[in-house]
Design a protein around this ligand. Structure first.
Ligand SMILES: Cc1cc2nc3c(=O)[nH]c(=O)nc-3n(C[C@H](O)[C@H](O)[C@H](O)COP(=O)(O)OP(=O)(O)OC[C@H]3O[C@@H](n4cnc5c(N)ncnc54)[C@H](O)[C@@H]3O)c2cc1C
Length: 307
């Protein structure tokens, strides 16, 4: 049943009509629990509060199904605006973005032009940028773009997904750049030909990624809500005398909030991924797919009791 629900929400995340409809009707169905708001001002306010509590942040302007050059340019402007807001408001925040939003599916020229525009402003404002990883069909291209841009910009990282079979090889390949990488399990529906179907194998691969990237001396963002993996990472850094400034934990805004606070209290760096924007629907569906129990919040939203 749980697998059916996962498949359903992963399928719904790709639904263009629902995405358009959701944009028209604003943050609904409990989505506010996971999304800071629809405007940059909402996000700035949220980040200010989180910084006060001691959390670092990475901000993400949400966007799905960018199909025209005009849309990709608009998304680029949103990212630039967010970087400037980080600087102007003196926020402890990085920026996360998706290459499809910057025009990756439209043309190579467009995505490279938009990324360089963003990275120039980010460099000027001293803001670090992480390229999120999307579905497996876009992984190789994303890594190639990352490699090209990383030669030009230091303030750039990307994401590696534990569910893909290729992942440990990718870590070896990227090691040449000594990159700051975010390690995640992976959020998209992938076929067994490219990804481990079982959680146990994904978790084992995740642990191998942590070991490899840390022992290679690279900065590692351990982005998970999984206590077993968090405890593994804590024990591993202790055993290998890895300093606290070589890694951080990351979680998504609104998920396991008490745990986020505990990890912070224990003295670790904790960064929260804070999304905002009107295009919240796909992001929200992926969060429901990860934990179908979240549907309780959706039902509350539908029946008017939730946010
Ligand atoms: C900062 C950050 C950035 C990310 N960037 C990317 C990216 O670029 N590309 C990508 O594919 N994926 C990304 N992800 C998502 C990631 O791949 C997973 O889908 C997501 O983190 C859930 O997996 P988990 O590691 O928390 O482990 P799981 O085994 O899925 O979850 C462990 C426990 O955490 C809790 N939990 C997990 N998810 C939820 C939820 N949605 N609601 C409530 N409780 C939950 C539950 O208690 C669950 O038992 C990112 C995640 C984080 C934290």
């Amino acid at each position: 049943m749980e697998q059916l629900m996962r498949n359903f929400f992963q399928f719904m995340a790709k639904n263009k009509s629902m995405t358009k409809l959701a944009k028209r009707y604003g943050l609904k169905f409990g989505a506010k629990r996971f999304v800071a708001g629809e405007t940059l001002a909402d996000a700035v306010e949220t980040i200010r509060e989180l910084n006060k509590e001691g959390f670092a942040v990475t901000i993400d302007h949400l966007g799905e199904f960018v199909e025209t050059e005009k849309e990709a340019n608009e998304m680029t402007e949103h990212s630039i605006e967010a970087i400037r807001a980080i600087k102007e408001n003196n926020l402890d925040s990085q920026l996360s973005l998706k290459l499809t939003s910057m025009g990756m599916d439209i043309s190579d020229d467009l995505v490279m032009r938009n990324m360089r525009r963003i990275l120039d402003v980010a460099k000027e404002c001293d803001v670090f940028v992480t390229i999120d990883m999307e579905d497996s069909g876009r992984c190789e291209k994303t890594l190639q773009i990352f490699e090209t841009l990383r030669k030009e910009y230091d303030n750039l990282g990307t994401v590696i997904q534990a569910y893909l079979y290729r992942t440990l090889d990718d870590l070896d390949r990227l090691n040449a750049y000594h990159p700051n990488l975010r390690l995640v399990k992976g959020a998209y529906k992938e076929p067994e030909t490219v990804a481990f179907p079982n959680k146990k194998d994904v978790d084992e691969n995740y642990k191998k990624m942590i070991e490899k990237h840390l022992l290679n001396g690279n900065y590692t963002a351990i982005a998970t809500h999984d206590d077993e993996i968090i405890n593994f990472a804590k024990a591993f850094v202790k055993e290998h005398n890895i300093p606290n400034d070589q890694f951080e934990f990351q979680m998504l805004y609104g998920i396991k909030v008490e745990r986020q606070k505990e990890i912070l209290k224990e003295g670790y760096k904790m960064r929260l991924y804070v999304p905002y924007g009107t295009d919240w629907y796909g992001y929200f569906m992926r969060r429901l797919a990860e934990r179908p129990a979240n549907v309780a919040f959706v039902l509350k939203g539908v029946f008017g009791k939730g946010s």
